[in-house]
Ligand binder design. Structure first.
Ligand SMILES: *[C@@H]1O[C@H](CO)[C@@H](O)[C@H](O)[C@H]1NC(C)=O
Ligand SMILES: *[C@@H]1O[C@H](CO)[C@@H](O)[C@H](O)[C@H]1NC(C)=O
Ligand SMILES: *[C@@H]1O[C@H](CO)[C@@H](O)[C@H](O)[C@H]1NC(C)=O
Ligand SMILES: *[C@@H]1O[C@H](CO)[C@@H](O)[C@H](O)[C@H]1NC(C)=O
Ligand SMILES: *[C@@H]1O[C@H](CO)[C@@H](O)[C@H](O)[C@H]1NC(C)=O
Length: 454
């Protein structure tokens, strides 16, 4: 069906303007023609067969990837889930109200399906899909193409369902493709189950006059153990300096700090914007000045790199929110056992969270998954072991991890309930550190850290 609609899209204008000849019978005062509508029915069966093939693809890959049992354990009942179309329809309501979502937006569907086709070809080329599966897909595609030549009928419901199917298929494909899952060997095979009381609680070194920013510890094993504070000192939004401490003791005592100048002005291309920052492998990764870009500042060479995240909302378009939104939290960087991630949202995904795996050396976007979690409905998010976790507000002093999206399986759940304490309701930065398995929170001038249990 994926392919069917692609065809439909490209053929619709033609079909509409060239009527078909049907034979009829001339009665007394009328001409009666019989039209066979069944040829125009939505080819549900073909679509399900196509889904079956994707499932096959995942299953055969699972066998290959015995190094991690995560996939086996949480392999979702894909076909069951896709029948559950109405489950998150409320997600679409906002979009409808905002005029962002138009079920008849064929151009976008056309683009998405073309893209999916390219990805399948690409996955095959990179041997993430074996030849026979790819061949099956192509055969199926050809036969569907033939069958839908005459399809001119559709309805809104099918299009909505189709959109959701496409999103899931794309995620499945992303999960089939290679990213170094051997790095997940060190991971627990289950989801986060508990967050400790804060093990660090400290006012940031600039005090309450600068309540916005981020803090943490160098996120790569083997790099010098630096504790860092990134304060947003212009309009609570822009930063130019990174403060570092070379030991936990210095950090706790607020002594022997080193200030590293990133840019000399708050308003240059590479100035730091918002609190999405993380320090990894002696480079600072952050959202940069008034752009959808991720910037990288190498602390050793003092050089910059940047990459634009395609279609990423920025400058308070899709920040994290509770009642009010947390300023310029649009693009959030995170590091887990597998490396660097960007968490953001796009209009194309209706403001829902999108996760991209980035190559930390080149900043190239390696892979992208699309969730159906509306970014403005969560207070923050972070990656652990290839799983995105999102938080929400419970009370002025409590936050809760309630959602997880596993990039290995493409499966998500919103039934987690892992609460943790906070000092203020204003959450700026929350990220996991794979070197000590702690969670770091910058919470309106306060710096907190937690131990995690899986
Ligand atoms: C209607 O079209 C379908 C598919 O092309 C075909 O199998 C079926 O026999 C047709 N029915 C009639 C009554 O012509
Ligand atoms: C992983 O799976 C294999 C076979 O499915 C099983 O023998 C093994 O005990 C599993 N390991 C863990 C840690 O669950
Ligand atoms: C389908 O949705 C309902 C309610 O939204 C939920 O309770 C159920 O678990 C879902 N089933 C599947 C297979 O996802
Ligand atoms: C879970 O964390 C809470 C603090 O948030 C702590 O009081 C509780 O003892 C922890 N439970 C377990 C089982 O570790
Ligand atoms: C860390 O950075 C160095 C260059 O400074 C690079 O050669 C190396 O590949 C990086 N390691 C990781 C894991 O990104």
């Amino acid at each position: 069906m994926v392919w069917a609609l692609l065809l439909l899209v490209s053929q619709l204008p033609l079909a509409a303007s060239s009527p078909q000849r049907v034979t009829g019978v001339l009665r007394k005062d009328a001409c009666v023609c019989q039209i066979n509508f069944s040829a125009w029915d939505f080819p549900v069966q073909e679509f399900e067969e196509l889904l079956g093939l994707f499932q096959q693809c995942s299953e055969s890959l699972d066998e290959l990837k015995t190094q991690t049992n995560l996939t086996h354990i949480k392999m979702p009942l894909f076909s069951a889930a896709i029948k559950n179309i109405t489950e998150h329809l409320s997600q679409f309501e906002y979009i409808n109200n905002r005029g962002l979502y138009n079920p008849l937006n064929f151009r976008l569907l056309d683009y998405e399906m073309g893209d999916l086709g390219t990805q399948i070809a690409d996955a095959h080329k990179k041997q993430a899909l074996d030849t026979s599966t790819a061949q099956d897909l192509n055969d199926e595609l050809s036969s569907i193409r033939l069958k839908v030549q005459n399809m001119q009928k559709y309805d809104k419901f099918n299009l909505l369902a189709l959109r959701e199917h496409i999103r899931k298929l794309k995620n499945r494909l992303e999960s089939c493709r290679t990213y170094d899952k051997t790095q997940l060997d060190q991971c627990s095979k289950v989801l986060l189950s508990n967050i400790s009381s804060p093990v660090v609680t400290q006012l940031n070194p600039y005090g309450t006059s600068y309540p916005f920013g981020a803090w943490g510890k160098e996120s790569r094993h083997g790099s010098p153990e630096l504790y860092w504070v990134q304060s947003l000192q212009s309009s609570n939004t822009y930063g130019i300096t990174l403060r570092t401490y070379s030991s936990f003791e210095d950090f706790v005592m607020s002594k022997n700090h080193k200030d590293i100048s990133v840019t000399s002005s708050y308003t240059t291309t590479y100035s730091i914007q918002g609190p999405g920052t993380v320090l990894y492998n002696e480079s600072l990764y952050y959202n940069c000045y008034k752009s959808p870009n991720v910037c990288k500042f190498d602390l050793k060479t003092k050089t910059f790199q940047h990459v634009a995240l395609q279609d990423a909302g920025h400058d308070n378009k899709f920040p994290y929110c509770y009642y009010s939104c947390y300023g310029t939290t649009d693009i959030d960087l995170s590091v887990d056992e597998t490396g660097l991630w960007a968490i953001y949202a796009t209009e194309e995904n209706y403001g829902n969270i999108v996760i991209s795996k980035l190559d930390s050396s080149t900043l190239a976007v390696v892979q992208t998954w699309k969730t159906k979690l509306f970014k403005k409905s969560v207070s923050n998010a972070f990656m652990v072991c290839g799983v995105l976790y999102a938080t929400r507000y419970l009370s002025p002093k409590q936050e809760e991890v309630f959602y997880a999206f596993d990039t290995v399986t493409g499966h998500d759940t919103n039934t987690l309930s892992v609460p943790f304490e906070k000092i203020s309701s204003d959450i700026q930065n929350l990220h996991y550190n794979p070197t000590d398995q702690r969670l770091y929170l910058f919470n309106y001038a306060y710096m907190l850290a937690y131990e995690l249990t899986f």
